[in-house]
Design a protein around this ligand. Structure first.
Ligand code: NAP
Length: 525
C-alpha cells in the first residue's frame, strides 16, 4: 500500500483542493512526498453526514460483530508491515524500535476492546424490578449504555500510531458503536493515510456502512473547527496542546447543541522524592529519572517535568547525580519544527525567571529540530509564588523544587494544577509523609504511582490516563484503558417498556448471558 495524499471520505478516495501541505522529515528537514491538501467545508460535511447515516446500523451491530471488526483493523495494520513503520519514522524521527513497539500497543489496544465487548460489562445493564405494592409504587426500570453518536478524533503528534488515527480514541469509539471522523495530524499525514486505509478495508470486509470511518486532512485550524462544529458530531477525542484543546472546547460549547470534548492537554507530572528513599537510593533514582526525562526526547504527556524533595544531604547527593546523568544525554530530534520551536521558547521563558536557575543541560545537538535536556532548580517558596514555573514545557525539561520541610512539600502540592500522574519515591520510613500526600494527590491527578517513573502507560482495565484540568477537559474520564469507552457511551433508562420491545441486554431471559445488576446485586442467571 502506498501513500497518495488523498483523504478518505467513507468509501470514496478524494483529492483535496484546499491549501496544499507536505509532511516534513524532522531529522533532515526534507519535504516528504506526496502533497496533501486541506479538506474543504464540503468534504468535512460529507464525512459527517456519512457518519450520521451509518450510526443506526453500526450501533445495532452485535458486540461480537464489533469485536471481530476491531480485530480485523488490528490485522490490517499489522499487514502494512514495514511500509507503515518506515513512513512513521520518516514523518516523526521516532526510532524504528519505538514505532514497532507502538504498533504493538495500537493493535493490542484494539484487541483489548474486542475482549471488553465480548465480556459485556461495558453495557452496565441494570434492572430494578417493579414494586407495585410499595407506596408510591415503583415502576419496572432497566438501564443500559448505548453509543453516543459520531465521534471526531484528533490524532496526536507524539504517538503517530497509538494516539492517532487507529489509537485509543478511535478504538474506544468504534467499540462503543460510534462512527469516527478522524482528522489526521498534519505532522504525519502519510502514516495517517496508511492506517486510515487499513481501517477502511476492515469496514468494507465487515460489510459495514461506509460512513463508519472517514479520514480528513488539513494543516490549519479550519478543518478541525468545522468538524467539531458539525451537527452530526456528538463527541470529540483530542490529545495535544492546551490552546488547541481549549479552542475546540469553545467551538463545542458554542454549537446550538453543545457536545462533550475529551481533550488531554498538559501535565507536568510531579515526582515526590521522599527523604528515606532519597537517602537510600538517590543516585539510582537520579539516573533513572534522567532516562525518563529524555525518553522520546521528552515528548510524552507523562514526562516528569517537576521534582520535589526536602533539603538536606540526600538532596545534595541526588542533585549532583542528576546533573551528572543529564549532562551525558545526547540531544534528540523533536517531532516537528513547531514543537522544537515551542520547546526552545518554553526553555527561554523559564530561563528568564528570577530565582529559577538552569543547573544542567544535555549535550547540544547539531542536526535540525534537535533539543537537549534542561534541568532547572528553585525553592518551594519561589515555585508557589510564580505560576510560570508550573507550565508544561513539552520536551525534556524539568524543574527541581527544594522544600524546607514536609509542610512545604504539602503546600506546593496544594498549589499544583491538575495532572495526569504523580509519582512517589518512598521507602518504608516515608510512609507517614506519603499517607499525608496521597489524599492531596488523589484530588490532583489521574494516576498515582509508587517507586516507578511516569513515562509508560499500560493499556489495561484499571488504567486511568486522565486527571483534573488542564490535564484533561473532563476529569471523570480516561483516554487510555478499557474505561476510555465510557466517554462515548450514554445511559438510557427503559421504564415499563413491554418485554417484547426491550433490548437484548435487558430482557428477563438474559440472552447475552451478561453480568447485570439486578435489584442492586450482581447476577448472571
Ligand atoms: P496541537 O497544536 O494542539 O495540534 C493537535 C491537533 O489539533 C492537530 O490536528 C491540529 O491541527 C489541531 N488543532 C490545534 N489547534 C487547533 C485549533 N485552535 N482549532 C482547531 N484545531 C486545532 O498539538 P501538536 O501539534 O501535537 O503539538 C503542539 C504542542 O502541543 C506541543 O508543543 C505541546 O506543547 C503540546 N502537546 C502536548 C501533548 C500532551 O500529551 N500533553 C501532546 C502533544 C502535544 P491544525 O494545526 O491543522 O489545526
Amino acid at each position: 500500500m502506498t501513500t497518495t495524499g488523498e483523504m478518505l471520505i467513507g468509501a470514496s478516495t478524494v483529492r483535496g483542493t484546499d491549501e496544499p501541505f507536505h509532511a516534513i522529515n524532522p531529522a533532515t528537514g526534507e519535504t516528504l512526498e506526496p502533497v496533501f491538501h486541506g479538506s474543504s467545508s464540503a468534504d468535512v460535511a460529507r464525512a459527517c453526514e456519512l457518519a450520521e447515516a451509518a450510526f443506526d446500523t453500526f450501533r445495532a451491530t452485535s458486540p461480537e460483530q464489533r469485536a471481530r471488526f476491531l480485530e480485523a483493523i488490528a490485522d490490517r495494520i499489522e499487514a502494512l508491515g514495514d511500509t507503515l513503520i518506515e513512513r512513521a519514522h520518516a514523518e516523526s524521527a521516532l526510532p524504528i524500535a519505538r514505532l514497532q513497539g507502538e504498533r504493538g500497543r495500537t493493535t493490542g489496544q484494539l484487541r483489548v476492546f474486542a475482549t471488553v465487548l465480548r465480556a459485556g460489562r461495558w453495557q452496565a445493564a441494570t434492572l430494578d424490578s417493579a414494586l407495585p405494592e410499595r407506596t408510591p409504587p415503583r415502576p419496572d426500570l432497566r438501564m443500559q449504555k448505548i453509543a453516543i453518536g459520531p465521534v471526531a478524533v484528533f490524532g496526536a503528534s507524539n504517538f503517530p500510531l497509538a494516539f492517532s488515527v487507529a489509537g485509543g480514541d478511535t478504538a474506544s469509539a468504534l467499540a462503543a458503536g460510534c462512527p469516527v471522523v478522524a482528522k489526521a495530524h498534519p505532522a504525519h499525514p502519510g502514516t495517517s493515510e496508511l492506517v486510515g486505509r487499513a481501517i477502511r478495508k476492515a469496514v468494507a470486509d465487515a460489510g459495514l456502512p461506509e460512513g463508519v470511518f472517514s479520514l480528513l486532512t488539513g494543516a490549519g485550524h479550519t478543518v478541525g473547527t468545522e468538524l467539531v462544529a458539525h451537527p452530526a458530531i456528538q463527541a470529540v477525542g483530542f490529545t495535544g496542546s492546551r490552546s488547541g484543546g481549549l479552542a475546540l472546547m469553545q467551538v463545542a460549547s458554542n454549537r446550538a447543541q453543545p457536545i462533550p470534548v475529551y481533550a488531554e492537554m498538559s501535565s507536568i507530572n510531579p515526582v515526590f522524592l521522599l527523604p528515606e528513599a532519597l537517602a537510600a537510593r538517590g543516585e539510582a533514582i537520579a539516573r533513572d529519572l534522567a532516562d525518563s526525562l529524555v525518553l522520546g526526547v521528552g515528548q510524552f504527556c507523562t514526562n516528569p517535568g517537576l521534582l520535589l524533595a526536602l533539603e538536606g544531604p540526600a538532596l545534595d547527593t541526588f542533585r549532583a547525580a542528576a546533573r551528572a546523568a543529564v549532562t551525558t544525554k545526547p540531544a534528540g530530534t523533536m517531532l516537528t519544527p513547531g514543537i522544537q520551536h515551542a520547546f526552545e521558547q518554553g526553555i527561554g521563558k523559564l530561563s528568564d525567571i528570577d530565582g529559577l536557575a538552569r543547573t544542567a543541560s544535555g549535550r547540544a545537538g547539531t542536526g535540525p529540530n534537535q533539543a537537549c535536556a534542561a534541568v532547572f532548580e528553585t525553592t518551594a517558596q519561589r515555585f508557589i509564588a510564580d505560576p510560570r514555573m508550573h507550565a508544561e514545557v513539552f520536551g525534556p525539561s524539568t524543574v527541581l523544587v527544594a522544600c524546607r520541610d514536609a509542610e512545604e512539600m504539602l503546600a506546593v502540592t496544594r498549589e499544583l494544577e491538575g495532572q495526569l500522574t504523580a509519582t512517589v519515591q518512598a521507602d518504608h520510613g516515608d510512609y507517614a509523609l506519603a499517607a499525608q500526600l496521597l489524599p492531596l494527590l488523589e484530588c490532583k491527578v489521574g494516576r498515582v504511582l509508587f517507586n516507578g517513573y511516569p513515562t509508560g502507560v499500560e493499556v489495561s482495565y484499571a488504567m486511568v490516563h486522565g486527571g483534573p484540568f488542564p490535564a484533561t477537559s473532563d476529569t471523570r474520564s480516561t483516554s487510555v484503558g478499557t474505561t476510555a469507552m465510557d466517554r462515548f457511551l450514554r445511559p438510557v433508562c427503559y421504564q415499563n417498556v413491554p418485554a417484547e420491545l426491550l433490548p437484548a441486554a435487558l430482557q428477563d431471559e438474559n440472552p447475552l448471558y451478561l453480568w447485570r445488576l439486578k435489584d442492586g446485586k450482581p447476577a448472571q442467571a
